[in-house]
Ligand binder design. Structure first.
Ligand SMILES: Nc1ncnc2c1ncn2[C@@H]1O[C@H](COP(=O)(O)OP(=O)(O)O)[C@@H](O)[C@H]1O
Ligand SMILES: [Mg+2]
Length: 370
C-alpha cells in the first residue's frame, strides 16, 4: 500500500517537474523563511546554478543584496496581506546584458489556512521594455531639430568672439607686437568660448542618452539643464520664463531623469511654438511658467503658457498618437509624454484650459528608490 502511494507521488512530482521545465518562465517556490524549496530549469539557468545547489538557499546567494532585500520586504508584506503581488526587476547578467522581469507572486496556504511559502513566476519582459525604449529614443529625434537650432544659436556668440581673437593675432603679428604674453592671452581668451561650446554639446549628448534605470534626481537641477539647452532660444524669441517654486524647498523625484527632461522639453517646445505663432497675429507678452509643488505623496510639475486655450473639441485628443494640428507636426510628443509619465513612472499627465492659459500638469508619486 505504502509502496503504491510513494510510486504515485513520485510519478506526480515527475510530471510536475516536466511541466514546470516546459514553461518558458523561471518559477520558484520558497518557504516562509525565504529558502528555495523547488524551482524549474529556467530559474536555475537564470541563477547560473544547478537546481540541487539552489534548494535550501536564499535569494541572497544568487542576487545582489539590494534585490534580495527588496524581495524579502515584499514577501513579508504579502505573507501578511495574502494578496498576490506584481513587481518589476532587472538583473545584470554575467555578460553585462540587462534583462527585465515581471514577478508575479502568490502565497501558498495549507488546508488549515496556514502560510507555507510563496510561489513566484517570472516573465522576461526585456523585449517589451526595449521596444518601448526604441520608440522613446525615436521621439527624441522629433525634438532634435529644435535642439540643433538652439545649439547653432548658442554657438553664434562664442564663434564671433573666437574669430575676433584669431584676427587680433594676425594684427599683432603684422605690426610686430607679438610676444609671449600675447600668445598666452590668446590661448586663455580662446579657451573660454571653446569651453562654452563644448559644454553646450555635452548637454545635448546627455539628453540623447537613453535612461533605463530609475534614479533619484533633483528636479530643479534637471529643469536648469533643460534651459541650458533651449533657454537662449526662448529668450531670443522674447518669451519670458517664470520659475514658480520655493528655493528653500527640495524637489526630488525617483524615475528616469532624461526621459522626464524629454517630456518637459516637448511641452515647453509646444508652448514656445504656439507663442511664436501667436506673436504673428497679436501683441502680448508671451510667458511660460514652470511651477513646482509638493504634496505628501506627489511631486507636481505644471507647465503653463499664456498664448490662448486649446479648443474644447480637440482637448481630449491631444495625447493620442499622431494627433497634430500643425502642418509639419508629428503628433508624437504628447503621446510619448503620456507613455513615459504614466506607463514608466506610474504618474499622471493632464491638460486644462484656464482663461488664456494652457496648463499641463505632471504628477509623480513619491516612492522610494527600487
Ligand atoms: N501648449 C499648447 N497649447 C495649445 N495646444 C497644444 C499645446 N501643446 C500641444 N497642443 C496641441 O496638441 C497637439 C499634439 O502635440 P504633440 O503631441 O507635441 O505633437 P506636435 O507638436 O507634433 O503637433 C499639437 O498639434 C497642438 O494642437
Ligand atoms: Mg510637439
Amino acid at each position: 500500500m505504502d509502496k503504491k502511494y510513494y510510486y504515485d507521488l513520485e510519478k506526480k512530482l515527475n510530471f510536475e517537474d516536466v511541466l514546470l521545465d516546459a514553461l518558458p518562465n523561471p518559477i520558484y517556490y520558497k518557504d516562509v523563511k525565504g529558502d528555495f524549496i523547488r524551482c524549474n530549469t529556467r530559474f536555475s539557468e537564470l541563477t547560473n546554478t544547478c537546481k540541487k545547489e539552489i534548494i535550501g538557499k536564499s535569494a541572497y546567494e544568487f542576487f545582489p543584496k539590494s534585490a534580495a532585500d527588496r524581495n524579502k520586504l515584499i514577501d513579508k508584506e504579502i505573507m501578511k496581506t495574502l494578496q498576490p503581488y506584481e513587481d518589476e526587476v532587472h538583473f545584470i547578467m554575467d555578460n553585462g546584458e540587462v534583462r527585465y522581469y515581471n514577478l508575479s507572486k502568490a502565497v501558498c496556504l495549507d488546508k488549515a489556512g496556514v502560510v507555507k511559502g510563496i510561489v513566484c513566476i517570472m516573465t522576461d519582459i526585456t523585449q517589451r521594455i526595449k521596444e518601448k525604449e526604441i520608440l522613446i529614443q525615436q521621439s527624441k529625434f522629433a525634438e532634435m531639430g529644435e535642439m540643433i537650432a538652439s545649439i547653432a544659436h548658442q554657438w553664434n556668440e562664442p564663434l564671433v568672439e573666437l574669430s575676433a581673437q584669431v584676427q587680433k593675432m594676425e594684427l599683432f603679428y603684422s605690426t610686430n607686437q607679438m610676444d609671449k604674453k600675447k600668445v598666452s592671452d590668446f590661448v586663455s581668451n580662446s579657451m573660454i568660448p571653446i569651453q562654452y561650446m563644448s559644454e553646450t554639446l555635452n548637454d545635448f549628448r546627455n539628453f540623447l542618452k537613453p535612461s533605463t534605470i530609475k534614479e533619484e534626481f533633483d528636479l530643479k537641477k534637471a529643469i536648469s539643464e533643460i534651459f541650458d539647452i533651449v533657454g537662449k532660444q526662448i529668450f531670443y524669441f522674447n518669451i519670458k520664463i517664470n520659475f514658480d517654486y520655493r528655493n528653500d524647498e527640495d524637489f526630488f523625484i525617483v524615475g528616469y531623469k532624461n526621459q522626464l527632461k524629454q517630456v518637459m522639453l516637448n511641452i515647453i517646445n509646444n508652448a514656445k511654438n504656439k507663442i511664436i505663432t501667436a506673436y504673428e497675429e497679436r501683441k502680448f507678452d508671451g510667458i511660460i511658467t514652470i511651477r513646482l509643488t509638493n504634496t505628501d505623496n506627489l511631486s507636481i510639475i505644471e507647465i503653463i503658457d499664456n498664448a490662448g486655450p486649446i479648443k474644447e473639441d480637440i482637448i481630449d485628443q491631444i495625447f493620442d498618437p499622431f494627433f497634430t494640428t500643425k502642418e509639419n507636426g508629428t503628433g508624437f510628443g504628447l503621446y510619448m509624454a503620456k507613455t513615459i509619465i504614466e506607463d514608466k513612472m506610474s504618474g499622471k499627465i493632464a491638460v486644462r484650459n484656464d482663461g488664456e492659459n494652457v496648463i499641463f500638469s505632471i504628477k509623480i508619486p513619491k516612492t522610494k528608490k527600487s
